[in-house]
Design a protein around this ligand. Structure first.
Ligand SMILES: [Mg+2]
Length: 454
């Protein structure tokens, strides 16, 4: 009987060994370096077009006087221009701002070169996004004497290739604190956070200066009496569990106390789904069912953006009032995050079935519909690896949700979320305009406004 027990123990140990780098105990002598390119898209444009250097540049996804700036140059940021602002608002702060449309292929090419530079110093490099990477130098402690020297060498190597690009580098015992180091000095920063100096740095910060703490978490912390990052670091795990609702509180305690939480995360094997029951009145109009499908897909899109993942599988089911079910599953060649794209794959499958069986699926017998997504991948891995042309779409989507987080969910809406077609033209647009309305111009999306009821 001892054999199976041995096996169980072995697999348990095996799992522990595999994920032991996300340490349970503090590793104060671990060395993690975080590299954040400064004003990346705008600097890439200035790199390629010397006439833009030293000037306020706003990178926009399309050429229109009302476009939103998805990245501002260092010079524009100094004048108060922020990501997500529309050009007319930017011009009030910075009259000479020069709008430049994005060139994702160019940004990606530079990203690949920068990654090659980083990999020449250390094998353990993880791209966190197109302009950020984290390097685990822990096993190189004997190889390099001084990691600030290494950081300066990396900066010099990047400069040699691209003389206009700068980066902020943070060094710390875990990836969260290393990233925080990059936030403390911009542009061209270099900050090492150690057990000795951490309290000094935290004392200068507001709660919302911590990456991952936005206004909602700030409010929760303040309600519990935690007023500053320094107080947060010295709060008990139990108190932070109360603030963040469970394990997430432990993560925050760990991040601020030198334990690794974020370096290798492995939480992408679950399923997300959204379902909705329809009234008879709703099912009488096939367009209401269409609108519901868009609403469900948008809901899942929001959750993927929040979770920083894309999915590679989508399933869809329709339950009819006689308890029969129609369902389909699509394995996606390219990972998807966009709600309208999810819908497009579902509709393709439906049309295939409807044509071959001569049957209408969105009939007045529908009782409820549901969309499920599986097989997730981190957006960090994706943004730079696959899509030349989609980087800008992905960036815009992220920016939109960041604005929603900051200013409330009604501050911006996707075109397809709007009821009024005249406003629709003006909206941040991605996906196809065809998806927003039926051929007869009827808007399919009036249920978009009910998203909080899911
Ligand atoms: Mg950056």
């Amino acid at each position: 009987m001892s054999f199976p027990i041995y096996l169980t123990k072995y697999s348990y140990l095996h799992i522990l060994m595999k994920y032991s780098d996300n340490a349970i105990t503090a590793k104060k002598d671990a060395i993690v370096m975080y590299i954040d390119m400064n004003s990346y898209f705008a600097s890439c444009e200035q790199q390629r077009h010397p006439e833009l250097r030293g000037k306020a540049v706003g990178v926009v996804t399309y050429d229109s006087p009302n476009a939103s700036v998805i990245a501002a140059s260092i010079e524009a940021k100094r004048m108060g221009v922020k990501t997500g602002m529309r050009l007319p608002d930017c011009k009030l702060l910075c009259p000479h701002i020069i709008p430049v449309t994005t060139h994702p292929g160019w940004y990606r090419q530079i990203h690949v070169e920068i990654m090659a530079i980083l990999k020449s110093y250390c094998d353990d490099v993880i791209a966190k996004s197109i302009d950020e990477a984290v390097m685990n130098f822990t096993s190189y402690r004997l190889v390099y004497k001084d990691f600030t020297v290494v950081a300066n060498q990396i900066k010099a190597d990047i400069k040699k290739k691209y003389d206009y690009l700068t980066c902020s580098i943070g060094i710390a015992p875990n990836s969260f604190l290393a990233k925080l180091g990059t936030e403390l000095q911009k542009p061209d920063g270099l900050i090492q956070i150690t057990p000795e100096n951490i309290d000094g740095y935290l004392a200068t910060l507001k709660l919302t200066d911590l990456p991952g703490i936005a206004s909602r978490n700030e409010r929760r912390l303040l309600l519990t009496g935690v007023r500053t990052p320094l107080e947060m670091r010295h709060s008990s795990p139990a108190l932070l569990r109360k603030v963040f609702g469970g394990i997430v509180g432990d993560y925050w305690h760990n991040r601020l106390n030198f334990k690794e939480v974020d370096l290798y995360n492995n939480t992408f094997n679950h399923t997300m789904s959204a379902t909705r029951t329809l009234s008879r009145q709703q099912t009488a109009n096939p367009q209401s069912i269409e609108a519901m499908l868009i609403a469900l897909c948008t809901r899942l899109e929001q959750r993927m953006v929040k979770g920083e993942v894309f999915c590679k599988e989508v399933s869809f089911w329709i339950k009819y009032r006689d308890s029969t079910v129609w369902e389909t599953k699509v394995k996606l060649a390219n990972p998807v995050q966009d709600g309208l794209e999810l819908r497009r794959y579902i509709k393709e499958k439906m049309q295939e079935f409807e044509t071959s069986h001569n049957r209408v699926l969105f009939s007045n017998h529908v009782q409820n519909i549901g969309v499920g997504i599986q097989n997730f991948m981190s957006d960090k891995v994706l943004q730079y690896s696959l899509f030349d042309n989609r980087i800008q779409q992905d960036v815009v989507r992220k920016v939109m949700y960041n604005i929603k987080d900051k200013y409330g969910k009604n501050s911006v809406r996707k075109g397809c979320e709007l009821i009024d077609p005249t406003i629709m033209k003006d909206a941040v647009g991605f996906g196809s305009v065809r998806d927003m309305t039926a051929n007869d111009g009827v808007v399919r999306n009036k249920y978009m406004l009910e998203e909080e009821e899911f």
